[in-house]
Design a protein around this ligand. Structure first.
Ligand code: MN
Length: 339
């Protein structure tokens, strides 16, 4: 029997539509003042794409404004130019809007609400990789085969033979690294790695992105995780695993409630686990339950049973009762799913 290649069979080998790329580039080259928008609640791809493209366009003498409805998370402090991100476009006119990593103007949040008169009528280039995107520009480069918007921008620049400075390369590689969790997600293709290789040749270093984003933790977070991991329990031959994050643990570790980010995923990575649940106590509200599953268990369906929602592998809900009740009721339901 022939061995099938392990990579994605639908991995893209072709470049982007050359006509669209040239049309987008012509709009940028004909503009003097350009607003680059990252979607609300920005991630590394939205920010890296906007800042990276802005730095490339500045090398062509363009005045660029990078804006986002929300300030960048502190995590991205290492990204060149991060301090220039504005939460408002100001009153000055812009010749062109480049909307990045979302294909619907409403996804730019408060920025869109505040500048509706401008954004509804501005000449706009839209670059995105989400399958749900309709496109909100006169030129739309929506490429769902790309793992990140920053991958699309890199491919564009490669096709146009435009030089990329080191700072711009760090921004764009941040987008690719964060949208693929350092090339781990299945959206990663050979072409993603080719784009990343191009950015490395321009001077970007993956470790300088991976370390601050995925490796560095505060001492408080490590202590909080220690408490939670020490309390892990299991049932159904280890197929069900769960733990609690209590107010007492938060106080003992000096951590803030958001530092549990990543814990539910850590639980489902325990060998043999098929459903993982993290029960999070709230001093002034009902407990929150985060679920992670592996195939064939549907986290969204389980969460929906308790009035919540999410994705097939990751979902959550608020339990209308005490933490003790949540443990009793939810664990019984989860065990039932595994029988
Ligand atoms: Mn993205």
């Amino acid at each position: 029997m022939m061995l099938q290649p392990a990579g994605r069979s639908d991995a893209p080998t072709a470049g982007l539509d050359g006509e669209q790329v040239r049309a987008a580039w012509a709009l940028m080259m004909n503009a003097g003042r350009i607003a680059l928008l990252a979607h609300e609640h920005p991630d590394g791809d939205a920010l890296g794409s906007a800042l990276g493209l802005a730095q490339v366009l500045r090398d062509f003498g363009k005045t660029c404004v990078v804006a986002c409805a929300d300030p960048p998370p502190a995590l991205y402090a290492f990204v060149p130019g991060i301090n220039e991100v504005q939460t408002d476009l100001g009153a000055e006119a812009v010749d062109l809007v480049v909307a990045l990593d979302a294909g619907d103007l409403s996804r730019y949040g408060a920025l869109y609400e505040r500048h509706r008169a401008l954004l509804d009528h501005a000449r706009t280039v839209n670059i995105d990789h989400h399958v749900t995107s309709r496109g909100c520009g006169e030129v739309n480069i929506i490429d769902v085969a790309s793992a990140a918007t920053a991958e699309i921008i890199t491919l564009m620049l490669m096709q146009l033979d435009v030089a990329i400075s080191r700072d711009a390369a760090v921004c764009l590689l941040t987008g690719i690294v964060t949208d693929t969790r350092a090339f781990e997600f299945s959206a990663t293709t050979p072409r993603t790695l080719e784009a990343a290789a191009h950015l490395m040749r321009a001077g970007a270093v993956p470790a300088e992105i991976v370390k601050p984003v995925y490796r560095i933790n505060s001492l408080a977070k490590v202590r909080l995780w220690g408490h939670v991991l020490e309390s892990v329990e299991s049932a159904v031959d280890g197929r069900l695993v769960w733990s609690c994050l209590t107010e007492e643990m938060l106080q003992q570790s000096g951590a803030t409630a958001d530092l549990d980010d990543g814990l539910p995923s850590y639980l489902i990575d325990i060998a043999g686990a098929q459903i993982a649940a993290l029960f999070k106590e709230h001093a002034d509200g009902y407990p929150r339950v985060s679920l992670r599953t592996v195939h064939p268990y549907d986290a969204a369906a389980i969460a929906a049973h308790f009035g919540g929602g999410g994705h097939v592998r990751a979902a959550g809900f608020t339990f209308q009762g005490t933490l003790a009740d949540a443990l009793r009721v939810v664990l019984a339901y989860l065990e039932q799913q595994l029988l």
